[in-house]
Design a protein around this ligand. Structure first.
Ligand SMILES: *Cc1c(COP(=O)(O)O)cnc(C)c1O
Length: 481
């Protein structure tokens, strides 16, 4: 298996070469040259693997189709270490919960729980594997890596819990002063592992991101101090996410003639892009429903064909904050496929047109219809009021509390359901992470998993730094020796 860039660079790379990289050299995103195809027989085999051996074995089967530069027995061991009941809380890893929520006749609404990992958000599903892959590959190369990131919540904690205690890796995670929920702050700042450095910046999230970019753009510093990232554009993260689309499908169906639809609370288009990959492989997915909050960049595209990047001023701070994005950093992967894998057209849109005009319009392109008809996409948006009502209704009907992001997914999906097609709504976080909105909706605190009770009163390990590139560089240098 070789990987190419969506912008047409001539290089073809193998999995472990792109594992520790972000963008391709030409600014594009990596994708496999072709999507491996799953025949009906193969899918029956995977059903058997799922039934008899569970999630880790299924992960190994799916990942093996894309990774041919790690010996199979090592890859299997990495999957077995990652996807355990001890880490993810249940034997199924991604159990389904059937809801009483009414959609169109004969379409069962089901939550697929992706948020029982160490930080209670779906990002653990991929990041936990990435931690083991990084440790393995760095040891093989006898190298070290210093991960520098910016977070407004879920990504930073998922990265830290995945990398804590891993050999050869340090994490320097910046976050804006006072912007994360108290629970999210406690999760990150209570980590005492020597290789984890929490840095609070006296600024907003964009300032953190600008600093990370400035440090990464200093190529000499980057090389000398082995600076890397764990962005959602990382192909290994996306690939790890493909597995739970298979696990969801296999749990919701009895045979391969059945289809299901997925609804995905979306921000950077990383999660739903993994669904797109699963569908391209031949997994019987009917619709991929892209649910956004008030930051509706993606819903606008799927409705009109216009992709319009927002400025800082018109990016809303919402009660589903992990979807508060101004542009969708994985979206280029789908557009590349939509355009029949035309790299020069993709480059024209994402490099030239976005830089010049901040937007592009495919509304008049005959291929735009394919987004819906051929690739199965549908979309919708949700608001704060919708979230409150969906959380209330779901609790009233099912006695189940859902988080604000999952509420967006459910709200958008129900009117789009089709008769006879099970609708799987991806549960992307647990409500305790966004307790304030749950209290607003239900007048009570959400349940806290036992392992996190009292976390907010634990000692904290965090460094406050000024909004300065020099200060961050100094801090990294000081802690790299
Ligand atoms: C990151 C995140 C999302 C958005 O996922 P994308 O891959 O960026 O589309 C949705 N919900 C939660 C809880 C998240 O942490």
């Amino acid at each position: 298996m070789r990987y190419l860039s969506t912008r047409g660079h001539a290089d073809r790379k193998r999995f472990c070469e792109i594992l520790l990289e972000g963008l391709a050299p030409d600014g594009g995103l990596y994708l496999p040259e072709t999507y491996p195809q799953i025949s009906a027989n193969h899918l029956t085999q995977l059903r058997e693997v799922w039934k008899t051996q569970g999630y880790a074995a299924l992960a190994f089967e799916v990942l093996s189709l894309y990774i041919d530069d790690i010996p199979p027995k090592d890859l299997r061991a990495l999957c077995d270490k990652t996807y355990t009941e001890a880490v993810f809380g249940t034997r199924e890893i991604v159990p389904l919960k059937r809801l009483k929520t009414k959609a169109v006749a004969g379409s069962q609404v089901i939550l697929e729980a992706l948020s029982n990992g160490p930080t209670l958000a779906f990002k653990d599903m991929a990041m936990q594997l990435l931690g083991h892959l990084f440790e393995y590959e760095l040891a093989r190369r006898n190298e070290e890596l210093n991960i520098l990131g910016a977070t407004s919540g879920d990504t930073g904690s998922a990265a830290e819990y995945a990398m804590r205690g891993k050999k050869g890796v340090r994490v320097f995670m910046t976050s804006p002063q006072g912007r994360m929920s108290p629970f999210q702050q406690a999760q990150m700042f209570s980590l005492m592992d020597e290789n984890i450095y929490n840095i609070v910046i006296d600024g907003v999230f964009d300032d953190c991101q600008d600093i990370v970019k400035a440090v990464s753009n200093d190529l000499e510093f980057k090389r000398k101090y082995k600076i890397g990232t764990v962005n959602s554009i990382n192909w290994a993260r996306l690939l790890a996410q493909v597995v739970y689309y298979f696990a969801g499908y296999l749990q919701a169906t009895e045979n391969n003639s059945q289809k299901v639809s997925f609804s995905v609370p979306s921000g950077n288009f990383g999660n739903v892009c993994a669904g797109h990959v699963a569908r391209m492989m031949g997994l019987p997915i009917d619709q991929l429903i892209v649910a956004t909050n008030e930051n509706d960049v993606l819903d606008e595209f799927f409705r009109t064909g216009v992709y319009r990047v927002r400025g800082t001023a018109d990016t809303h701070e919402t009660s589903s904050p992990s979807m508060d994005i101004s542009k969708a950093s994985n979206f280029e992967r789908f557009v590349f496929d939509l355009l029949g894998r035309d790299a020069s057209q993709t480059k024209n849109l994402f490099h030239d047109q976005l830089n010049q005009k901040g937007q592009f319009d495919l509304g008049q392109n005959p291929l735009f219809e394919d987004a819906k008809n051929k690739f199965g996409f549908a979309s919708g948006r949700s608001t704060h009021a919708d979230r409150l009502k969906t959380i209330q209704d779901t609790f009233a009907d099912n006695q189940i509390m859902i988080d604000t992001h999952t509420a967006d997914g459910l709200k958008v999906a129900v009117p789009l359901a089709k008769p006879g097609v099970p609708l799987l709504v991806l549960e992307t976080a647990l409500p305790i992470k966004f307790a304030a909105t749950l209290v607003e909706a239900l007048g009570r605190e959400p349940d806290c998993p036992a392992k996190f009770i009292g976390i907010e009163s634990l000692p904290k390990r965090v460094q406050v730094l000024p909004m300065s590139v020099v200060a961050i560089k100094d801090y990294i240098v000081k802690h790299c020796n």
